[in-house]
Design a protein around this ligand. Structure first.
Ligand code: FES
Length: 150
C-alpha cells in the first residue's frame, strides 16, 4: 500500500495562481472561491484509514499529481472516507469536499455523487483546462466503488 506524504501537497496559493497565469484579482477570486480555498488550506478527512475496505490512487500523468481515496463500507454505506495525496489547490480542495459529501451515501442508490454536484460545491469558476484536477479525486472514488460493487 502506497502512502503519500502530506508535506508535498503544500504548494503555495501563489504558485497555484502563477501556474494559471492569472492576472486580475477578481478573476482569481472567482477561480478560487472562499470555499475552495478553505478546503485547500484546511483539508477535511486528510490521512489514511487504519484498515480501509477499499482504496484507489488516481494519477494525472500531465502534472504528476496523485490523489488516493480510502473508504470504509458498512451496511452498504460509506461509513468513512479519507484521502491522501500530492496535488494542486483544486485537486486537494475537491478531494476534501468529496470526502465530506459522500459520507453515509447508500451504495444501492446508484451514483454516489455526480461530477456536476461536486464541481458546483466548490463554488468556483474552474476553467476547462483544470476540470481534470477536480476529477482526479472523483475518478479515484469511482474506481473504489467499482471494486466494491462488482
Ligand atoms: Fe495536477 Fe491539478 S495541476 S491535478
Amino acid at each position: 500500500m502506497r502512502f503519500l506524504r502530506r508535506s508535498r501537497h503544500t504548494r503555495t496559493l501563489k504558485q497555484e495562481m502563477d501556474n494559471d497565469n492569472k492576472i486580475e484579482t477578481s478573476r482569481q477570486q472567482r477561480l478560487y472561491s472562499e470555499t475552495l480555498l478553505d478546503h485547500f488550506r484546511n483539508p477535511r478527512n486528510y490521512g489514511s484509514l487504519p484498515s480501509p475496505d477499499v482504496a484507489y490512487e488516481e494519477f494525472n500523468p500531465l502534472c504528476g499529481d496523485r490523489i488516493r481515496i480510502e473508504l470504509k463500507i458498512s451496511d452498504n454505506r460509506i461509513a468513512a472516507a479519507r484521502f491522501v495525496g500530492d496535488g494542486c489547490a483544486i485537486s486537494i480542495a475537491t478531494a476534501s469536499m468529496l470526502t465530506e459529501l459522500i459520507l453515509d451515501a447508500d451504495l444501492d442508490q446508484g451514483e454516489v455523487i455526480s461530477s456536476e454536484k461536486l464541481l458546483s460545491s466548490l463554488k468556483s469558476d474552474i476553467k476547462p483546462s483544470r476540470v481534470k484536477c477536480a476529477m482526479l479525486p472523483l475518478d479515484a472514488l469511482r474506481s473504489c466503488l467499482k471494486a466494491v460493487c462488482k
